[in-house]
Every structure is written in C-alpha cells, then in structure tokens.
Ligand binder design. Structure first.
Ligand SMILES: C[S@@+](CC[C@H](N)C(=O)[O-])C[C@H]1O[C@@H](n2cnc3c(N)ncnc32)[C@H](O)[C@@H]1O
Length: 262
C-alpha cells in the first residue's frame, strides 16, 4: 500500500529583501514571496507602510498583495526590553495563526503551509527574524525554518560609494556600534576593512576614533540606502552630530597599489 501523504510540514521562510531599493530583491525572493500562502511584513505601526512592505509590494500584483499582512514589530534596539519581547511574541502568534488559518487571508481552512516573513537586508545578519524564528519553533511543532539571502546594507553602501570591501588577503569585519567603541577600535587595529552598523547616535565618537587613527579621510557614510532620503558621502563631509539609526559606516583597508594584498 502506498503511504498516504500527510499534511505539508509548516514552513516559515525569512526572505531577505535588501536594504530598501526594490531592484535589490533577488529572483528567488520574488518566487518565494509569490508562492507563500501568507506574506508577513514587519511595521512600526499597524497603519504605516514599512520599508519591507514597500519593497515587497513593488514585486507583487494586486491579487498577490492580498496575502500580505502587517505585523507590528520592534524594528530596532532602542525599544525597551519588555516592548521588544512582547512584539516578538505577537509576531510569533501571527505566524502560528497563519498556519492554523485562525486569521489568515485567502488561505484554505487547513491553514497556510508556507508563511514568508520579509526581512530587511539579509535574514541572517542582525535581523529580528532570528528571534521570531526562535519563538515560532516553540509554538508550532515540527515547523521548518528556512531563509532566502538578501543584499545587506554593507554591500549596498560598498556599491553606491564605489568602495571595495575586501581584496586578496584582506580581512573584513562587520560589527554593531552598540557593542561599544572599544570593539570598533579593536577591529580597526586588527582587521583590514571595517563596517559599522547601528552607529547613528555614536557617529561623533566614530569620527573622533577614525581621525585619531588617520583613517577618517577614507571612511564612507551611507544612510537610508535605496530610500528617497538616501545620503551617501565621505564620512568627513557629514555634518558633525548624531546620524539616523539607518546609517552605516565603511572604513576600507589601506591599500598601496594594484594587487598589493595578493
Ligand atoms: C538591525 S540591523 C539590520 C541589518 C540587515 N539585516 C542587513 O542585512 O543589512 C540595522 C542596521 O543595518 C544598517 N542598515 C540597514 N538598512 C540600511 C539602509 N537602508 N541604509 C543604511 N544602513 C542600513 C544600519 O547600520 C542599521 O543600524
């Protein structure tokens, strides 16, 4: 006797949609967003279109957009811990509900088999998707979690500023400035190229450290990459003071001549 196929295993896919420019969404991400039964998009407030949502909508027709649902999510680490935890829990509930068809849009009574969660940049790089997936694993027995890689803000800034991230034997570090200035200073001393995320309010300190190390002149700054208020320029030209949360600093390796690091 042929064994009966059981119900499909519930699958949650974290889909990286890049930093904001809809042209940086991969072909695979678009396919997965089309095939998912429900597409969840993180927003700061239920009545606001978030960056991930705007990026996803650019690739879905009207019918497919009916499968979109907003999830109010703490999008950055300035939120207090309790708010953050409850936002992760609520987002995990939304995923579990979609699998159960409690509240799903355009999903059969059996519930969604595949839920896609759009995440900015790459879902495995400083993404809240990590915490969401961890919570969903505890609520949905047997859930499979997958990810689709996305273009990171680091890569987008390198491209938009014409900066090579690494060549030859050079090392490359990506770090959050929320880990403290000492981590940044240590990376500058030991790693060739350094990229700093989550640094907006620490920008004056970053500038001071780079000037002291004689590397301010090479550093590039990018905020709101791919968005209408994008700002990409040498860090030395950025007015002194704190910058937005969505800003990234790239300090390229010191290089002397072509292929010098081979
Ligand atoms: C929580 S991390 C998300 C990283 C993202 N998952 C990635 O793969 O790039 C947020 C940080 O990423 C950087 N970032 C994300 N999107 C950006 C954008 N559009 N422009 C500039 N920086 C961005 C900023 O440094 C910001 O503080």
């Amino acid at each position: 006797m042929t064994p009966q196929a059981g119900p499909p295993r519930p699958t949650l896919v974290g889909v990286g949609v890049g930093p904001g420019d809809p042209e940086l969404v991969t072909v695979k991400a678009v396919r997965v967003l089309h095939e998912a039964d429900v597409v969840l998009v993180p927003v700061m407030a239920a009545d606001e279109t978030g960056r991930a949502e705007a990026t996803v909508r650019a690739h879905l027709d009207e019918v497919a957009q009916r499968r979109l649902r907003r999830v109010v999510f703490a999008l950055n680490e300035r939120e207090d811990a309790a708010r953050r935890e409850s936002a992760w829990d609520a987002a995990a509930d939304a995923v579990a509900d979609a699998f159960d068809a409690v509240d799903a849009v355009d999903v059969s009574a059996a519930g969604a088999a595949t839920v896609a969660f759009a995440t900015l940049g790459d879902p495995n790089v400083y993404a809240t998707f990590t915490y969401l997936a961890e919570t969903v694993r505890t609520r949905v027995p047997g859930v499979r979690v997958e990810t689709v890689p996305g273009v990171t803000a680091m890569q987008d800034l390198a491209a938009r500023s014409g900066t090579v991230l690494a060549e030859g034997r050079e090392s490359l570090a990506l770090l959050p400035l929320t880990a403290g200035l000492a981590t940044f200073e240590n990376a500058l001393a030991h790693v060739d190229s350094v990229v700093a995320y989550k640094g907006g309010r620490h920008l004056p300190d970053v500038r001071r450290v780079l000037a002291g190390a004689g590397r301010l002149g090479d550093a590039v700054y990018g905020s709101s990459l791919g968005l209408p208020d994008e700002d990409v320029r040498p860090l030395a030209d950025v007015p002194d003071g704190p910058a937005p949360y969505l800003s990234t600093v790239l300090v390229p390796a010191r290089r002397s001549h072509r292929g010098g690091k081979l």
